[in-house]
Design a protein around this ligand. Structure first.
Ligand code: UTP
Length: 299
């Protein structure tokens, strides 16, 4: 048994170059799926998993993320006065009561590993979660992080979310080699950042959800810049698994890579088709669009 995770780190200090020019002023994590920004989906998933302290690693240009989680007094007053109670609840529930948001700055985008290290002082000496908001994970049952937090609590091992990807895509991911899986978990033997398909140890790719033991911080402190000249979280995890068990966790759910154009489009379509108010019109307009373009109707 291991203590339950209470703290979650959201590294949101990347430059988001794949969404330029939008990300010139709008952080990638603030791009919406329907009416909620990506960061909100990740925050809800962390809260569902039991986290009450949310650590946002931002840069000095990303005021939008901090503003979003701040109280919006004037807006709330206006909504209250005009009797818009439903909208008022939406605005207030961005962060439920009892959940604390902490902001730390990553002065320079030196990589994901470096961003996680920036949260060290707030996390202290306890296991914690890392969520990358551009990996959006949809599931009808418990969220991916809750599944992992339950498993990590039972085993005490660090836990990394994985999914099978086509072999030709390994160079876009951290890739793990594992021992045989027992249920959804398999002990990691090796982890490599973005290997070419011919040298990749498997096609099991790391997805942006981690439950990590705090030992990772000292390993990050001695991690040298790796792939792309960045301090890679993957390299510190490789050092961690030389010392203790780190498990891969094949979560239940569908993951959308909202750090890419097509992933963001796919997530929007999926959430619209599953939306209680929008699904009928979304389906209709997709059929209209396809027939206008001369493509066969959806089944
Ligand atoms: P990405 O590899 O997606 O990089 O980072 P990016 O800068 O966000 O986007 P592109 O590739 O330029 O379009 C993975 C995660 O790590 C965070 C990012 O914010 C994202 O959540 N990150 C990355 C940091 O917080 N700091 C860094 O120095 C690098």
């Amino acid at each position: 048994m291991s203590p339950r995770i209470r703290k979650a780190v959201f590294p949101v200090a990347g430059l988001g170059t794949r969404f330029l020019p939008a990300t010139k002023t709008v952080p990638k994590e603030m791009l919406p799926i329907i009416d909620r920004p990506l960061i909100q989906y990740a925050v809800d998933e962390a809260i569902e998993a039991g986290c009450d302290t949310l650590v946002f690693v931002t840069n000095r240009y990303k005021h939008a993320v901090a503003d979003y989680f701040d109280k919006a007094y004037e807006l709330e007053q206006k909504l209250e006065r005009s009797g818009k109670t439903e909208q008022l609840e939406l605005v207030r529930n961005v962060l439920p009561e009892g959940v604390r948001a902490v902001f730390v700055t990553q002065a320079e985008a030196l990589g994901l590993g470096h961003a996680v290290l920036c949260a060290k002082a707030v996390i202290g000496d306890e296991p914690f979660a890392v969520l990358l908001p551009d990996d959006l994970i949809w599931n009808r049952g418990p969220g991916a992080l809750k599944q992992m937090a339950d498993a990590a609590e039972a085993t005490g091992a660090s836990m990394i979310a994985v999914q099978d990807v086509p072999r030709e895509q390994t160079a876009s991911y951290g890739i793990v080699a594992t021992e045989a899986f027992a249920g959804r978990q398999g002990r990691i033997r090796a982890i490599v950042e973005k290997p070419q398909p011919d040298v990749a140890p498997s096609n099991l790719a790391v997805v942006g959800r981690y439950v990590l033991n705090p030992r990772i911080f000292s390993l990050l402190e001695s991690t040298k810049p790796g792939a792309g000249g960045e301090i890679q979280l993957t390299d510190a995890i490789a050092a961690l698994l030389a010392e203790e068990s780190v498990n891969a966790y094949r979560f239940q759910g569908t993951r959308f890579d909202c750090g890419t154009h097509i992933g963001l489009i796919e997530a929007t379509i999926r959430y619209a088709l599953d939306h209680e108010k929008l699904s009928d019109s979304a389906r209709q307009l997709m059929q209209n669009a396809l027939s206008e373009l001369g493509v066969e109707e959806l089944g």
